[in-house]
Design a protein around this ligand. Structure first.
Ligand code: AMP
Ligand code: GLY
Length: 423
């Protein structure tokens, strides 16, 4: 089969790597890809939201399956674009249609979905510029900290957690009236603060059947001890040590099953990955958010632990036969540590030459923000390279990731040295 993967991050490199190992894979393409995917696939300079460009590529290269990495093209309706095109509608796309992608595209939609299907989540109300005063009143009924969420996609920046009531009110106004996050904050969801420890659960579904992938925990803050600004993710660990069988049973019964059944009841076709952000409050799991894709860098620890042929699994999803698949999971722990550009997640420079990749042994090197320039691998993003390792437990795996990341070098390179500190 000929496969096209859309995206250019560590997630897409990890997925491409696994698909490249399948005996069923003939040709593999990444659009636009990075310097890592270039080693195992053909990179094509087409953007993930350039639907016409993607169509031309799919027809030219006789693509049999498209795997969508990031949320943006899903929320913009790439799956629907394929279904509505006579030349493309028999080519399976992994990723939900636009209507279901609203689970990530709109926080309000996701909250209403959870209410409708009795899925545990934080209490909330949503507001627009028409009822700002009611928003202030609602804030006054809550205890700090106050959680304000822009309804739409805001590149991971749309959630504010504030200690002070007056600050919460002025931020609410900034979001609703002054368009702090543009169109994304035209509606704001105000939520009850949940105090607990976070983990993520990844689900594969064909719309009726589902399979649960290994859990993972990512480290979002730039600074050690979970301090400083939020990033896309500085590293991840799988499995999550505290996700024992009892918690997993609750997650499946109270969250995963009603989610997949709810999609079906609401007539929201879904072939793809569901990434459920969870928080364990006491002994109870609650949903913080849905994403309609895999996580990054969680993919870099979850997918390497999958022993089954990923391409076979994806084909089964596209055919509605996921129930016939038996997922085999590596029992070992996997960790990934992300090397990032100096200054990230604020302004940073690109184009720094990367050295030391070939010295890394016994770990996976997943490229995130890299490209090839004049024959050299150079930085091309905030998150640059993820080093993934296996171990008998996460500590052993982390040790290997840290030993190897020390061999990498580029100007301004930074990584967190304290992953797993909270476990
Ligand atoms: P989200 O974009 O919805 O994942 O939110 C970003 C981060 O904000 C989450 O990973 C949590 O750490 C935090 N967060 C979101 N909602 C809540 C909540 N209701 N209570 C506590 N923390 C939250
Ligand atoms: N690592 C969090 C995300 O992919 O959204």
């Amino acid at each position: 089969m000929n496969i096209l993967i859309l995206g250019s991050g560590g997630r897409e490199h990890a997925i491409a790597h696994k698909i490249s190992l399948s005996p069923k894979t003939e040709k593999l393409f990444a659009a636009p890809g990075n310097a890592g995917t270039a080693n195992i696939a053909t990179n094509v300079e087409v953007g993930v939201n350039d639907f016409e460009g993607i169509k031309a590529l799919v027809l030219k290269e006789n693509i049999d399956l498209v795997v969508v990495g990031p949320e943006d093209p899903l929320v913009k309706g790439i799956h629907d674009f394929f279904l509505n095109d006579v030349e493309l509608n028999n080519i399976p796309v992994i990723g939900p249609q636009k209507a279901a992608a609203e689970l990530e595209g709109s926080k309000e939609f996701a909250k209403e979905f959870m209410m409708r299907h009795d899925i545990p989540t934080a209490a909330y109300q949503s507001f627009t510029s028409d009822n700002l005063e009611e928003g202030y009143d609602f804030l006054e009924t809550l205890n700090p900290p106050y959680v304000l969420k822009a309804d739409g996609l805001a590149a991971g920046k749309g959630v504010l957690i504030l200690q002070d009531l007056e600050e919460a009110k002025s931020e609410l106004k900034a979001m609703l009236i002054d368009s702090k996050f543009g169109e994304a904050s035209a509606t704001v969801v105000i939520e009850e603060f949940l105090d607990g420890i976070e983990l993520s659960c990844f689900v594969l579904t064909d719309g009726s059947n589902y399979k649960i992938l290994p859990t993972a925990k990512d480290y979002k803050r730039i600074g050690e001890g979970d301090t400083g600004l939020n990033t896309g993710g500085m590293g991840a660990i799988s499995p999550v040590p505290f996700a024992d069988e009892i918690l997993m049973r609750k997650i499946e019964r109270q969250i995963v099953k009603p989610t997949v059944e709810g999609l079906k009841k609401d007539n929201l076709p879904y072939v793809g990955f569901i990434f459920i952000g969870l928080i364990k409050v006491g002994d109870e799991p609650k949903v913080i958010e849905y994403n309609v894709r895999m996580g990054d860098p969680e993919t870099e620890v979850v997918i390497p632990r999958l022993k089954s042929d990923l391409l076979e699994v994806l084909v089964a999803m596209s055919k509605g036969t996921l129930d016939q698949i038996n997922l085999e999971i590596d029992e070992r722990a996997a960790t990934t540590v992300m090397a990032v550009s100096g200054g990230y997640p604020e302004a940073y420079e690109k184009g720094k030459q990367i050295s030391g990749i070939e010295a890394i042994d016994d770990s996976f090197v997943f490229h995130a923000g890299t490209k090839i320039k004049d024959g050299n691998v150079v930085t091309n993003g905030g998150r640059v390279i993820a080093i993934t390792s296996f171990g008998n437990d996460f500590k052993e795996a982390l040790q290997k990731s840290y030993q190897n990341i020390e061999k990498l070098h580029f100007d301004g390179m930074y990584y967190r040295k304290d992953l797993g500190f909270d476990l």
